[in-house]
Design a binder for this molecule. Structure first.
Ligand code: 4FV
Length: 284
C-alpha cells in the first residue's frame, strides 16, 4: 500500500515512523509513505500557500495552484512506481469513516491524502483533483494531518503481515459491525475480589465464543443501537436482542453510560453472568 501525503507540516508524520505497528509495517515495506509539501510548489519569494477568503470572513484558505501541482507530482511518482492512486481529502465535510470504509480503502494499492489547514481548501481544487472526501468525526481539528494519520493507522494494521497475528485485526471491534466484547487477563481475581467471568476459564471454546458474541451484541444494543439498524441479524442474534428488548437490561443512556449494571434474568446459554458486568470505563 502506497501513501502519498500532501501537507504543510510533513514533519508531523515522523511519529508514524518511530514505533508501533505502523512504523514496523513501513519498515518492512508493507506500506510506503512519501510526503509532499505544497510550499515546494510555490513560485513567489514568500512561498505563499494560502490567502484571504473571497467574500470576506475569518481565517485563510489554501490556494489551489500549489496543491494542484503537489497532487500532480504525487500522482506521477505513484504511477512511476506502478501505483494508480486515488486522491482523498480529509475534512469535516467528508464521509464519516467506518471500519467497513477502512476495509475498502485498504483494498486499493495507493492513496494520495490531502491534509488541509486554515479554514479549508479552494473548492475548485477539490472539484478538479479530489476523488473522495473523508471525515474522522464531527468535530473541527486544526489540520488534516492527524486525520490522515488516523486513516493510515486504521488501514495499515489491516494489511497482511502488519499485525503479529492476522487474527487479531479480524477480531477487532466494528470488524463485524458490532462493538467489541469485554477483555480480561491475569490476575484471575483482583484485590477487590472481582473475578474473571467463569466461562472464560472454562476452556469451552464454543461457550466462550457464544459468551463473547452475546457481550458484543448486548453492548452494541446498549451503547450503539444505531449500529444494529439495518444489520441482518442471525436467529441467535435476534434471540439475544429480543431478550434485551424484553427489558432484561436497561439501555445505556447519557446519564448511565459507563456505569451500567446488567442482570439478564435467564442468560440463554447457561453461561454464568459476571456479577456486575464490566464497568465500561475501559471502553469509554
Ligand atoms: C477533519 C475531520 C478536520 C478542518 C479545518 C482541518 C480540519 C482544517 N478532517 N475529519 N474532523 N479538519 O477537522 O477530517 O483545515
Amino acid at each position: 500500500m502506497r501513501f502519498d501525503v500532501i501537507s504543510l507540516f510533513p514533519e508531523q508524520f515522523r511519529i508514524l515512523t518511530q514505533e508501533g505497528v505502523v512504523a514496523r509495517a513501513l519498515g518492512r515495506g508493507i506500506a510506503t509513505l512519501r510526503l509532499w509539501n505544497p510550499r515546494d510548489f510555490t513560485h513567489d519569494p514568500h512561498r505563499t500557500v494560502d490567502d484571504r477568503p473571497y467574500g470576506g470572513g475569518p481565517g485563510m484558505v489554501m490556494k489551489a495552484p500549489p496543491l494542484h501541482d503537489a497532487i500532480r507530482a504525487a500522482r506521477v511518482a505513484a504511477e512511476a512506481a506502478g501505483c494508480r492512486s486515488r486522491v482523498a481529502y480529509l475534512s469535516p465535510q467528508g464521509r464519516p469513516l467506518s471500519q467497513a470504509d477502512i476495509g475498502r480503502i485498504a483494498d486499493a494499492d495507493g492513496w494520495i491524502l490531502l491534509a488541509g489547514r486554515y479554514e479549508g481548501v479552494d473548492e475548485r481544487l477539490l472539484e478538479a483533483d479530489v476523488d473522495e472526501e473523508w471525515s474522522i468525526g464531527d468535530y473541527v481539528l486544526s489540520g488534516g494531518e492527524l486525520p490522515a494519520m488516523v486513516v493510515m493507522d486504521a488501514v495499515i494494521r489491516l494489511l497482511p503481515g502488519a499485525l503479529g497475528h492476522a487474527g487479531s485485526a479480524l477480531a477487532d471491534s466494528h470488524m463485524d459491525g458490532l462493538l467489541d466484547c469485554p477483555h480480561y487477563t491475569r490476575p484471575e481475581t483482583l484485590d477487590d475480589g472481582r473475578r474473571v467471568p467463569g466461562v472464560l476459564l472454562s476452556g469451552d471454546h464454543a461457550a466462550i465464543a457464544r459468551w463473547r458474541k452475546r457481550q458484543a451484541l448486548e453492548r452494541t444494543w446498549q451503547r450503539r443501537p444505531d449500529l444494529l439498524a439495518g444489520r441482518d441479524l442471525s436467529k441467535d442474534e435476534q434471540a439475544v436482542l429480543d431478550a434485551l428488548e424484553a427489558g432484561a437490561a436497561p439501555r445505556d443512556s447519557a446519564e448511565t453510560s459507563g456505569a451500567t449494571v446488567r442482570q439478564l434474568t435467564q442468560p440463554p446459554d447457561g453461561v454464568e453472568r459476571p456479577e456486575s458486568s464490566d464497568q465500561h470505563r475501559s471502553q469509554d
